[in-house]
Each structure stands twice: as C-alpha cells, then as structure tokens.
Write a protein that binds this ligand. Structure first.
Ligand code: HEC
Ligand code: HEC
Length: 331
C-alpha cells in the first residue's frame, strides 16, 4: 500500500500549498485599502495589463513556464491516480468477483434473521428475529399465536402453538421469486407476518433480497434431504402427506387441531376426488407435485398457479411423490 501513502502525501502537499496560498492572499488583501466603491473602478482583476512591448519579454516565458508546470502536475497526478486503481479495486473485493457481493448479502441476511447481535456484534444491520419462530439457522420451531375463530366470531380469541416450518429447505422447495413473495406479503391468517414494505412490513427490497440470499445459503444438500426423508417416511403416502402437505391442505393441522384430511386450508381442498378431476392423467399430478408451475402458468384442468405451492422434487424421491399422489387420489 506504498501508493496509498504516496497519494496521501501528494494530497496533503496540495492542501498545504493551497492553504498557504490563501493565507498569503488574505494577508496581502487586508493591507489593501480602497476608497468605498473605489474597487469598482480599480478592481485588481480589471487593471490594465502589460502592453505587447511589456509582455513579450522574459515575462511571457515565465508565465508559459508556470503553465507548463501546472500542466505537468495534472499530467503526473492523473496517472498516479490510475496506478492506485488496482489496489482500490482489490480493497473493494472486485478480484473475488460477484462471490464477494453474495458473501456480503448472506452475512447481512444472517444478521436480519437473528434475534440479537452476534459475536462479534455488527451493529449496522437490524435484527428481525426470524429465528425466534423458525429456530436457530432455520431448523424449524414453534410460534405462539392468538387464533380468532372464523366460524364463531363471538368466541374469545385463544392462544395456540403453530408450528413454523424449517427454512433450511425452503430454497429446495421454492423459486427465489416465490420466497421473495412469501417474505414480502407473509401468510395472512398465520403467525407469519408480512415483512416487505409492499406488504405493510418494515423491510426494504435490499433486506428481503439479503434474506433470500441467506436462506439459499443455508439450504441443505438435496440428496441428503431425500435420503433422510426416505429413511424417516418411507413410501407411506399418508405419512408423507402429514409430513409435507397437511400443514397447507388440512385446516388446523399446524396447531394440532386437524379438520378433515385434505379438506383445504391455505392450499385448496384435495378431498372428494378433487385431484382426479383437476388431473385426469395421474402423471400430470405427479409432475405438479414434483415441479409445480411458475406464477400465472396453467396447470391441471382449471388451475392457474399462484406460485405459492412448494415443489418437492428436491425433498422427496420419485417413489415418494408417486406414493403421496396415489394417497391424495383416495381422499
Ligand atoms: C411470529 C413467528 C414468525 C416469525 C417472527 C417469522 N415467521 Fe416465517 N413463518 C411462521 C409460520 C408459523 C409459518 C408457516 C405459516 C403456515 O402455516 O402457512 C411461516 C412461514 C414462513 C415461510 C414459508 C415456508 C414454507 O415452507 O411454507 C418462510 C420462507 C418464512 N416463514 C420466512 C421467515 C423469515 C425470513 C422471517 C424473518 C424475517 C420469518 N419467517 C419470521 C412464523 C414466523
Ligand atoms: C406451503 C403450502 C403448501 C404445501 C406445503 C403443499 N401445498 Fe399443495 N398447494 C398449495 C396451494 C396454495 C395450491 C394451489 C395452487 C396455487 O395456488 O398455485 C396447492 C395445490 C395443490 C394441488 C392441486 C390442487 C388443485 O385442485 O388445484 C395438489 C394436487 C397439491 N397441492 C398437492 C400437494 C402435495 C402432494 C403436497 C405435499 C407433498 C403439497 N401439496 C404441499 C399449497 C401447498
């Protein structure tokens, strides 16, 4: 960083020279005495200059030398600035490419996710405490929620424990723009609040995008997740449904008061042969559960995707997806 030091001394030199110049000017001007208004007539910058005889002597040469000297200073100063440019870029992490910016986004997202400053604390980012509900590093947790009874509005709201899904697999289940939407608008009627300004929350677009970067960063390895899920759930369609689908498709499932299985909640009702009507060909239903469809795309016979149903090809094996689809068609 030799150059930085040289740059700084040159800069300091210029500042000192300028300051000295001003001091000299101010001192000399304070000695100057003008009649009031006299400077209009005798303004120093309007005094008659040398005539040609007076100027075209050593004077002109002297002034040209001065012009040359100042030109040289800028001619040398500018390249010196450019010489330093690589060091500046290095300092900004350009040599590490976009990775550098991604790392920083992840770090900021982590701060936002946490409930309180880490160790060492970085006071710049606020902490929105996602981990209070979703668990440290998003392993999943429980949210306290006060539930109003929609069927019986006169009943007093009562507290329930609403399970908050693991987020270390959320990037395996949702496209980045889908995660963004969940964060911005939250999930009405659940403990998940809206976080984005557009949804009425406190976070700006940058913070939402930092959180998406963090959630993508903590995503587990899909192969590992599939193996674990196969070990835990086997190819039992009902178990898989309870493990992965019921929280959206069975009312009350998330707080331990399940209504009719597949009776519909955040996701539509799947019972009464609904899925066989939506997907006359079973492969289309398998395809939907594995991949879903992007926002606005048609699916099934009469479906238009809201871009809010997770896809499961990274979470479940093809046999498990087939099994849960078979199960859904019996509901
Ligand atoms: C008050 C508790 C609470 C807080 C705080 C909270 N969440 Fe949630 N979040 C939930 C619950 C509960 C759900 C599940 C809602 C449902 O049942 O559909 C959820 C759902 C989600 C989902 C959708 C996951 C899925 O698989 O459907 C994402 C993504 C998410 N939260 C991210 C966050 C982030 C990021 C933060 C912090 C900015 C956060 N949440 C803060 C309770 C919370
Ligand atoms: C985060 C909530 C959520 C989870 C978890 C979820 N779904 Fe869905 N599902 C939805 C929503 C919402 C729709 C409606 C489609 C849309 O809005 O794009 C849907 C639609 C469907 C449909 C089409 C129904 C129709 O009539 O249009 C099927 C079939 C389905 N889901 C199966 C499943 C299966 C199987 C699982 C578990 C492996 C699952 N879902 C997990 C939210 C969810």
């Amino acid at each position: 960083m030799i150059f930085a030091a040289t740059q700084q001394s040159i800069g300091l030199g210029v500042v000192l020279a300028l300051t000295a110049g001003w001091v000299v000017y101010l001192l000399s001007s304070s000695k100057r005495t003008f009649d009031p208004g006299g400077e209009l007539v005798h303004a120093p910058n309007r005094k008659t200059y040398f005539d040609d005889e007076g100027l075209e002597t050593h004077r002109l040469t002297k002034y040209l030398w001065w012009a040359f000297a100042t030109l040289t200073i800028s001619a040398i100063g500018l390249p010196l600035y450019w010489l330093r440019e690589p060091f500046r870029q290095q300092g900004a992490g350009f040599d590490r490419g976009t990775q550098y910016f991604e790392d920083r986004a992840v770090k900021r997202g982590e701060e936002l996710f946490q409930a309180s400053p880490g160790n060492p604390p970085t006071p710049r980012e606020p902490h929105f405490g996602c981990e209070v509900c979703h668990g440290v590093e998003g392993v999943g947790g429980v949210a306290q929620f006060t539930l109003a009874d929609p069927v019986n509005p006169d009943a007093l709201p009562r507290p329930v424990q609403w399970s908050a899904p693991a987020l270390n697999t959320v990037a395996l289940r949702f496209r980045p723009e889908e995660i963004t939407n969940i964060l911005v608008y939250g999930r009405a009627g659940t403990p998940m609040p809206a976080w984005g300004v557009k949804g009425g929350g406190p976070m700006n677009d940058q913070q939402i995008s930092d959180l998406v970067a963090y959630l993508t960063h903590i995503a587990l390895d899909p192969k590992q997740v599939q193996d674990d899920n196969l070990a835990q759930y086997g190819t039992d369609g009902q178990k898989i449904f309870d493990g992965f689908c019921a929280r959206c498709h069975t009312g009350g499932f998330s707080y331990g008061e399940p209504g009719p299985t597949g009776g519909g909640a955040f996701g539509p009702a799947l019972d009464g042969g609904a899925t066989a009507r939506q997907f006359p060909a079973i492969e289309k239903q398998v395809d939907w559960v594995a991949k879903t469809a992007a926002y606005g795309q048609l699916y099934g016979v009469r479906g238009v995707s809201e871009g809010v149903m997770p896809h499961f090809e990274n979470m479940l094996t093809p046999e498990q997806i087939q099994a849960v689809v078979d199960y859904e068609r019996t509901l």
